[in-house]
Write a protein that binds this ligand. Structure first.
Ligand code: MN
Length: 265
């Protein structure tokens, strides 16, 4: 009995059983990878960076989805709904039977359970949103048919826009250069998923500032705003570059930025 009492005493002095303490999970900026979205469920260039994937009994996932201009999801539904937080650029969302709604950075869209809908970029600007989705029995969405160009309105937009900028600027003198600009540079290189349109705009604007190319900078400043860069970020880029590319180049770029910013809300 003595031994038993001693053992009981010893046990009572032990710290409580360490119940597996849950740890905070922090996914550090820059450590996540983005993958191309599957072509069967999307049109155009779309990259998905999963921010959180549920584990155990949890059911809510979050991902940052970047759509190149013209890209969009297929029609789909979510059994428990979805919330979209637009973080950059401008895009579109539509429920079946409803109007196409324009959405921009800062807007939050809630899609109720079971509603057939699609979301994506606008025809001429990229869009990134964070999508927060709750799964029911392990399933967060049901994919349906693609959103056709006619449903998306891309063809009307392209027709309304008329000839491309390259065709207007180069087409009369150098039609092949205009075609390569449209098909290879913007149709292929700019649409590649390896970099977001926003990042492509930032490096292109930076190169044009550094090389003092105000004519090309003008259209690329405008494109950069379409692709989700803010006026403040562009001003910051040219201020930064003054120290690496030369003060006169930054001053020239400031004049271009003033012209472009004045035309934009
Ligand atoms: Mn959705």
């Amino acid at each position: 009995m003595k031994h038993f009492a001693a053992a009981a005493l010893a046990l009572s002095m032990l710290p409580p059983m360490a119940a597996a303490e849950p740890e905070l999970q922090i996914s550090r900026a820059g450590t996540r990878t983005a993958n191309s979205a599957p072509a069967q469920n999307f049109t155009g260039s779309v990259r998905v960076e999963m921010l959180y994937t549920p584990a155990g009994p949890e059911r809510t996932s979050a991902g940052s989805v970047s759509f190149a201009a013209g890209a969009r999801t297929a029609w789909h539904t979510h059994p428990l709904g979805q919330t979209l937080i637009v973080t950059a650029g401008g895009g579109r969302v539509q429920r079946l039977g409803g109007p196409i709604e324009e959405i921009k950075a800062g807007d939050v869209v809630h899609i109720p359970p079971g509603m057939k809908h699609w979301h994506g970029a606008a025809p001429t600007s990229a869009m990134t949103h964070i999508a927060i989705t709750e799964a029911l029995d392990g399933k967060a969405m049901d994919w349906l048919e693609q959103v056709s160009d006619a449903q998306y309105g891309a063809s009307q937009a392209a027709a309304a826009a008329g000839p491309s900028q390259a065709q207007r600027l180069l087409g009369d003198v150098a039609p092949k250069l205009a075609q390569l600009t449209d098909d290879v540079l913007f149709g292929d290189v700019w649409a590649r998923p390896g970099l977001s349109p926003r990042d492509r705009s930032l490096i292109t604007v930076s190169a044009l500032i550094a090389m003092n190319r105000p004519d090309q900078l003008r259209s690329h400043m405008s494109r950069a705003l379409d692709n989700g860069l803010s006026k403040d970020e562009l001003a910051e880029a040219l201020t930064h570059l003054a120290f690496y590319a030369g003060w006169p180049n930054a001053v020239t770029a400031t004049g271009v930025a003033r012209e472009v910013f004045a035309t934009r809300p």
